[in-house]
Design a protein around this ligand. Structure first.
Ligand SMILES: Nc1ncnc2c1ncn2[C@@H]1O[C@H](COP(=O)(O)OP(=O)(O)OP(=O)(O)O)[C@@H](O)[C@H]1O
Length: 635
């Protein structure tokens, strides 16, 4: 009896295992070398460094194998993580052309047998359990082209003709292991790779390590969107009210997509610096070298064509992620579509064939538009219907556990506030109690209001002032747009907010209070105690600005802003524990909703000047969501 995993893994790939557990590679695979073995890999370890040609794996203990077969996925994953990496040192041969071999019994499981048949769309699926167990990398192209590589995630679907790179992504040590495999390859005996090949491999190694905990922590509805984006490669717009976990899902998608396609193939963008910073991206304008986005498409097309580096960068893109899509003007969206189709020489495909992942809530802040321009949401763009395959809506609110508060916020979202809700919100005028020496963050619609509020609070503090000046390089225009201020004056007890991710727990938006100043390398820096009780010396960080693929400006400054008061604009996308909002001068659609929905509970929310009159939702948005609901686009 001979079974081939060809059907599971891709058309031209595969090997057979006969009844004696001998591996018989297909002709196309003859000569490939196994480099890295992770899980279940006691049986594969002896194969490392050997070419696939009648290699006999170490025999498996049948009992153990059947026990493993019945183990849940998470157990398997644990094994993966603890696979002994020192064994990898023995690897020799070609780079990362590796083969996964599974025991016969596993391959014959009913779910996998099922998976050998293409689904309705003619694609093949690696079942979740198989993907979790797969341990090595496969490349079936003798050219060893990195384009032929893809990572397999649980339940991933892929076209049968694809070359599939299978790698255990469950291990945090995977990049190290790849590196080991790679360096081992340099010692290889057979076809020693050239420097160019090695560079290509190095580029591949830069790929992102998959973090399984991100996916595991998603809710069912979030996982469903993940599947449509990552495994079905659809152009998706996903939405949901504030606090439904859009950003959390987006971060997971970014991790998965970068892991699969490589870092450079995924553009992570947002319309504003702070929103981009929130997801570790750049503004859409800088990602696509579109300046302020106010010129004709032909200008950008020429600019990109005349910049080989930028052209290469854009041609390499496989996914374009745009967060806070509600703030992108329809005209800009159409312009991006036009430019990408032309520069990528793929005029017939929306966005030049790049997969779109759009995220946001159109009930929140409206598009950034030039003075006097009419409001046009992205869904009003000419290319919207053509470009977006599916709209999906998250329904479970995580930010507010109090259902009453969540439904009250929903009234604000759609701009239909009952008189009872109005009374309730007007009753939130009382002052809040101060915890941990951190006072409520105040939100204002206008920048001048918040600057005034911050300065007033700083002036009241008795201590000595310390001013930190940025060191700028390059374009002053870009430096001015930096999220970190040109100068910031601090005193002990000043309330501050981080504007850069420093550690997994101290991220952009983390708030704290300056507790003292400390000298580091002869310079004075503030020591901040954050809400989570972590104390950290905040030293200077570099903020860089890229345009057309090259760095245009750099600002070196401590990544802090005063945070007694913030603009509603800057607050979008944040969760704020203790909040004071003055709605007197709100002027735009969605502002009141965005401001109030930052709060986690009514107990930690103070609202001044609330009236039904200053809650606005745009009728076009309401119509769009009504249509979406009637099209049954939601989850
Ligand atoms: N699957 C989940 N399980 C538990 N908590 C979650 C989950 N997803 C998100 N959260 C939590 O919900 C809160 C809001 O999440 P997030 O900021 O991603 O929401 P959002 O939809 O992007 O909100 P906004 O539209 O206001 O930017 C965060 O505290 C986050 O940790």
């Amino acid at each position: 009896m001979s079974q081939s995993c060809q059907e599971i893994e891709g058309k031209e790939q595969g090997f057979s295992i006969d009844e004696n557990n001998y591996y018989h590679p297909n002709a196309a695979l003859n000569g490939w070398t196994i480099h890295t073995c992770y899980p279940l890999a006691e049986n594969l370890m002896p194969m490392m460094g050997k070419r696939i040609s009648n290699v006999k794996p170490a025999s498996l203990n049948e009992k153990k194998r059947s026990a493993e077969n019945s183990e849940p996925e998470s157990h398997i994953a644990k094994k993966v993580r603890t696979a002994p990496s020192q064994n990898l040192d023995s690897t020799t041969g070609q780079v990362q052309q590796q083969r996964h071999a599974q025991p016969e019994s596993r391959m014959a499981s009913p779910s996998q047998q099922q998976s050998r048949k293409p689904d309705a769309s003619g694609q093949y699926r690696i079942p979740a359990d198989t993907a979790g167990r797969i341990s090595t990398i496969v490349a079936n192209s003798p050219n060893n082209s990195s384009q032929n590589r893809r990572r397999v995630l649980p339940d991933q679907v892929f076209p049968s003709k694809d070359s599939v790179s299978i790698r255990n992504f469950n291990t945090a040590t995977s990049s190290t292991s790849m590196h080991q495999a790679n360096s081992a390859s340099v010692q290889g005996n057979a076809a020693k790779p050239s420097r160019i090949q090695r560079n290509q491999e190095e580029a591949l190694i830069q790929t992102v390590v998959y973090d399984p905990s991100l996916y595991d922590n998603l809710s069912k509805e979030q996982k469903k969107i993940h599947k449509h984006v990552v495994h079905m490669h659809e152009n998706i717009f996903f939405t949901g009210s504030a606090g439904t976990g859009k950003s959390v899902l987006l971060r997971t998608l970014i991790n998965s997509l970068q892991h699969i396609h490589g870092r450079d193939a995924v553009a992570i963008t947002a319309p504003t610096g702070i929103a981009a910073c929130n997801i570790g991206g750049v503004t859409i304008y800088s990602a696509l070298a579109m300046g302020r986005g106010d010129k004709e498409p032909s200008v950008y097309i020429n600019l990109i064509r005349n910049n080989p580096k930028m052209l290469q960068k854009i041609n390499r893109l496989k996914v374009l992620i745009i967060d806070e899509i509600s703030m992108i003007d329809a005209r800009l969206f159409d312009k991006i579509d036009h430019v990408l189709r032309i520069v990528r020489l793929n005029e017939n495909k929306s966005f030049g064939g790049i997969q779109l992942v759009l995220c946001g809530d159109f009930y929140q802040l409206p598009p950034i538009r030039a003075h006097g321009q009419d409001m046009r949401y992205t869904f009003q763009a000419q290319c919207w219907n053509r470009a977006v395959d599916r709209c999906m809506e998250l329904k479970t609110v995580f930010r507010q556990s109090d259902q009453h508060f969540a439904s009250l916020l929903n009234e604000l979202r759609i701009g239909q506030v009952s008189s009872r809700t109005e009374r309730e919100l007007q009753g939130l005028r009382r002052a809040l109690t101060i915890t941990n020496n951190i006072e409520p963050t105040e939100l204002y619609p206008l920048r001048k209001e918040l600057n005034r509020a911050n300065e007033e609070r700083l002036n009241i503090l008795p201590g000595e002032s310390h001013t930190f000046r940025a060191v700028d390089n390059g374009s002053p225009y870009l430096c001015k747009k930096c999220i970190a201020p040109e100068t910031i004056t601090l005193k002990v007890d000043a309330q501050v907010m981080l504007v850069k991710n420093l550690t997994p727990t101290l991220v952009n938006g983390s708030r704290g209070v300056v507790v003292r100043f400390a000298t580091v390398n002869g310079k004075l820096f503030p020591v901040v105690k954050f809400l989570n009780n972590t104390e950290k010396v905040i030293t200077s960080e570099s903020f860089t600005f890229e345009s057309q693929g090259v760095q245009q400006a750099q600002r070196v400054q401590i990544p802090l802003i005063l945070a007694w008061a913030l603009s509603i604009h800057k607050s979008q996308g944040q969760t704020i524990e203790c909040l004071k909002i003055d709605l007197q001068s709100v002027f735009d659609c969605g502002q009141a909703y965005v401001a109030l929905s930052r709060a986690t509970s009514m107990d930690t929310l103070q609202v001044l000047n609330f009236s039904r009159g200053n809650v606005k939702a745009h009728p076009k948005v309401a119509e769009f969501y009504r249509k979406m609901a009637s099209d049954k686009c939601r989850i």
